[in-house]
Design a binder for this molecule. Structure first.
Ligand code: PHE
Ligand code: ZN
Length: 871
């Protein structure tokens, strides 16, 4: 048995200082294929035995042995064509020299699910046994060539104790089951679709089922099941509705029909990511399945809808057509995120969804692209693939698909995806294959566009506009530059589709909208018939994921925030207006609040706008986003300026806020869009009332907290109170704990709210919460809700003069690494931002990274992230 994450070098037996680098250019087709596999599980939490029969076929003319990956497997037996063989794993792998073209290789191994704290492979979670195989977890279940370009037909037999594990699920269709004696039973599942091993799954446990059905476009009936603990059944209704809507949407929008007789979803409480698209058996982090009004916010409801759709859509974009190798991860993830974004936009408000997605991209992906871990959408190399499930691969990847959809137009894009699915059904392919299908289906040339896959870094666009009154002509000159990123310098100009319009200042009318394609380093575009100098509205709808520097006065931005007919551009103008005021305030120490207050008043009183949009528009940008606009992030200056702005807005418009707070109150809960929008606005408004300094603010927030008939308003009020120092703060936190401490997902909110608070003692509070009896390192949701939130709280994380916050996070990383290296590695990037801060802070952050890499027994996951962050 080998230590999972410090693989001894096969020859010397020593531990390499830095893990080996895997390169995209080194891809080679597999030596052996495995068209079929039969698996037999004797399930037991302490000791599970797995027998695997692999039908292997030599791929091409060569004499290389069969190499099977393995990790933490206790080999009990091996045979080739029925003859036992004596072999021992070398560096975890089994190497079998074989003579013929086809053989049957059988192995039996023992594994220990109850001791699997990494949550990769077969593990125990709250009495269940479940699996997670993407990206390289299958090798922790059995010996197998663990790579996505080997597609096999699976036959799975499971045997387990009947009382502990009455439900036995796997991929595909259930074909038989029966008694096994001694209180045990068995079930057989066969999956007719060949799949890569990362899509394998099984679940055993005492689960209840929300059962439903869906009739597909060709009239086939599919049995749907969402499996949870009995008491959680009522909270699965929203997920089931989302599933049915997703199935119908994929038929209508992409012509994609579901292909098996059953589709099952299981919710588990311990999960490294959001959810997993295993064929016919999706496994979810329970936070993306379980929602009800008392325990889940509207954001939680939306996340459930989006993630259910995402995993369902993978059945085509990921499963039927899968990835050749892990460098192609965005092939399935970028495309599937784009698909789930469009689905959610169709289910709710398209403009608000776009604003939310862009905010997410800017909060998560832009900083990644500007830091030491920047990598292209299709990375060139990795040490540990788990580190590449990133905002770049997912969210920037989705923006790349969105740009192609924009360039091809709706019909061309549909032709492209039809061709892609038809041509590559049942194959493991590359991003290049996808782009080629888009080119042929849409009839366009995407040669230069391909740079979006290979060049990292967020492009910057500078705009200058000159008005020539004599010829009534406007010349817009755009130039682009792409910053250097680790391992990449002197980049080529890219294809930037910029939806642009000009507005007449006097009439408020929009003159013209064009999709400008900026393809050169610098290009000019002319607009005729312009009698007066217009106002520029550029990158409307955020048509390209770039940073635009367009010189516009605060006055022009205020004009756009009130008149632009593109909702995203309108939101964006307001954001820019606020950012300008705040960054200038930080630089000069003099905060100019007037223009922002007036623009907010205009939006908040505009009867043509819905509440959800107003809530987005009038909210100040986050401290982190303001920091991203500065050369050197000044956490204290930003915090002070933003608080002062919030206070000024709160006080100047107090009657309006009071009025809106009453108008947005509802006698009962509904998920209707108008009511959701009202709740969103109500929480923003409450934060302005609190900021105004009004004497009754804490009482008002407590009243909202206490009287709420839903979690959106309750948590919103708790967040507002957590920022202050009032007596109501402690009362609300205690009441929240008392009411919800039995519900892990809600308790996460209790931890998170305190870690996100603007409170002078946040570092101490977080330290104490880390020792709370309800805190545990074995549950990723709990870890993220405390430390993930804390690291995202810019002011708190960077406030301690001696780097207390950095030390707290580094200590967490080191404590968590031996338990769950994937989750530990996800906590490293906040420290990797050290170059963005002053020398003193930066030095302290660096010192913590150095302390981490100096640890002798570091996982490959954390080693890669920490060493790259220092480079
Ligand atoms: N493939 C999953 C998704 O995006 C994410 C995931 C990756 C889940 C790795 C678990 C482990 O849908
Ligand atoms: Zn996905």
């Amino acid at each position: 048995m080998i230590d999972a994450h410090i693989l001894p070098d096969a020859e010397t037996g020593t531990v390499p200082a830095t893990p080996p680098v895997i390169r995209r250019e080194d891809y080679k087709a597999p030596d052996w294929l495995v068209p079929e596999i039969a698996l037999d599980f004797r399930l037991d939490a302490e000791r599970t035995e797995v027998t695997a029969r692999l039908y292997v076929e030599r791929n091409g003319d060569h004499d290389r042995p069969l190499v099977l990956d393995g990790e933490e497997l206790d080999l009990l037996f091996a045979s080739v064509d029925g003859d036992p063989v004596e072999v021992a794993p070398e560096g975890g792998r089994l190497i079998l020299p074989l003579d013929g073209a086809k053989h049957v290789v059988e192995t039996r191994v023992a594994i220990a699910p109850a001791r699997n704290s990494q949550l990769m492979g077969l593990y125990a979670s709250g009495g269940l046994l479940c699996t997670q195989c993407e990206a390289e977890g299958f090798r922790r279940i059995t010996f197998f060539p663990d790579r996505p370009d080997i597609l096999s037909r699976y036959a799975v037999r499971m045997e387990a104790d009947k009382t502990l594990y009455p439900v036995l699920l796997s991929n595909g269709d259930p074909v038989a089951n029966g008694e096994a004696g001694e209180g045990r039973h068995w079930a057989q599942w066969n999956d007719p679709f060949p799949k890569p091993c990362y899509l394998f799954a099984l679940v055993a446990g005492d689960l209840a089922c929300n059962a439903d059905s869906f009739t597909t476009m060709s009239g086939r009936e599919v049995r749907l099941g969402i499996w949870v603990r009995e008491e959680d059944l009522p909270a699965t209704r929203h997920a089931m509705a989302a599933l049915r809507n997703s199935m119908a949407w994929d038929e209508r929008v992409y012509g994609r029909e579901y292909d098996l007789d059953v589709f099952n979803i299981v919710a588990v409480s311990d999960f490294n990511f959001g959810a997993m698209e295993n064929k016919g058996l999706n496994i979810f982090n329970s936070r993306y399945i379980l929602v009800d009004p008392d325990t889940a916010t509207d954001l939680d409801y939306d996340a459930v809808e989006g993630v259910v759709a995402h995993e369902y859509f993978h059945n085509w974009s990921g499963n039927r057509v899968t990835c050749r190798d892990w460098f192609q991860l965005s092939l399935k993830e970028g495309l599937t995120v784009y698909r789930d974004q469009c689905f959610s936009a169709d289910m709710g408000s398209e403009p608000v969804k776009r604003i939310e997605d862009v905010r997410l991209l800017r909060a998560g992906q832009f900083p990644e692209d500007a830091g030491p871990l920047a990598h292209p959408v299709r990375p060139e190399s990795y040490m540990e693939i788990s580190n590449f499930y990133t905002a770049t691969v997912y969210n920037k990847g989705a923006e790349v698909i969105r740009m192609m959809a924009q360039i091809l137009g709706p019909e061309g894009f549909r032709k492209g995806t039809d061709l892609y699915f038809a041509r590559h059904d049942g194959q493991a392919v590359t991003c290049e294959d996808f782009v080629r299908a888009m080119e042929e289906g849409g009839g366009v040339d995407l040669t230069q566009f391909r740079l979006w896959y290979s060049q990292a870094g967020t492009p910057r666009v500078a705009a200058t506009m000159i008005h020539d009154p004599e010829h009534r002509r406007v010349t817009l000159t755009l130039s682009q530059s792409i910053p250097d990123t680790p391992g990449q310098a002197n980049k080529k100009p890219m294809v930037l589709p910029l939806r642009t319009a000009l507005f007449d200042r006097q009439s408020g009318q929009r003159r013209e909208e064009r999709l400008l394609m900026l393809t050169g380093a610098e290009q000019s575009f002319t607009f005729e018939g312009m009698t007066s100098a217009p106002v520029l509205s550029i990158n409307r709808g955020f048509s390209a994921p770039v940073i635009v520097d367009a010189p516009r006065t605060q006055d022009e931005l205020a004009f756009l925030s009130a008149h632009d007919d593109d909702p995203f551009a309108r939101y964006e103008a307001m954001q820019q207006l606020m950012v300008n005021a705040l960054t200038e305030g930080v630089a000069s120490g003099e905060l100019e609040t007037g223009a922002v207050i007036e623009a907010i008043r205009t939006s908040a009183t505009d009867p043509s706008l819905d509440d959800a949009f107003v809530a987005e528009a009038i909210r100040l940008p986050s401290e982190a986003y303001i920091g991203d606009q500065m050369l050197v992030v000044d956490p204290q200056g930003i915090h002070d300026a933003r608080e002062a702005m919030q206070q000024a807005i709160g006080a100047a418009l107090e009657p309006l806020w009071r009025d809106l707070h009453q108008r947005t109150a509802r006698p009962a809960f509904s998920l209707e869009a108008g009511d959701k929008g009202a709740r969103k606005l109500r929480n923003v408004v409450l934060s302005y009332i609190a900021a105004s300094g009004a004497e009754d603010a804490a009482a008002l927030a407590f009243a909202q907290f206490d009287g709420a008939h839903n979690m959106t308003e309750r948590q919103g009020a708790l967040g507002v109170l957590a920022n202050g120092m009032s007596a109501e703060r402690e009362r609300a936190l205690a009441a929240f704990y008392d009411r919800y401490h039995g519900n892990a997902l809600v308790l996460d909110k209790w931890f998170q709210t305190q870690a996100l608070a603007c409170h002078p003692d946040t570092v101490e509070i977080v330290r104490a919460l880390g020792r709370h009896s309800d805190f545990t390192l074995t549950n990723p949701n709990r870890v993220r809700s405390l430390y993930g939130a804390f690291a995202a709280n810019q002011w708190a994380f960077h406030s301690g003069g001696a780097g207390e916050g950095y030390r707290l996070l580094a200590d967490l990383i080191l404590a968590l690494d031996p338990i769950n290296p994937q989750t530990a590695a996800r906590m490293v990037p906040p420290l990797g931002r050290w170059r963005r801060f002053d020398v003193e802070r930066g030095g302290r952050m660096r010192a913590e990274l150095e302390r981490i890499v100096a640890q002798p027994k570091l996982s490959r996951d954390v080693m890669e992230q920490a060493s790259k962050s220092l480079a």
